[in-house]
Design a protein. Sequence first.
Length: 72
Amino acid sequence: MQKWEYLYDDCEADRGLRPKYINHQEQRNWKNGPFLAEYINRLGAEGWELVSFVRVANILNLELIFKRQKSE
């Protein structure tokens, strides 16, 4: 049976859309981190697949969920 691991990101629009929280932990210096497109491509190269995203309320914040197969 396949096993999966999940990654939850909360991205904020502050000088561009960037991941601020990863698995509910605020990232240090996130305002200088990668923009969303670069970040998603980086995760894809690591085997993560975007499976869901939600725009939060009326602001430009996104919640993203990724999954990848667990290595045993």
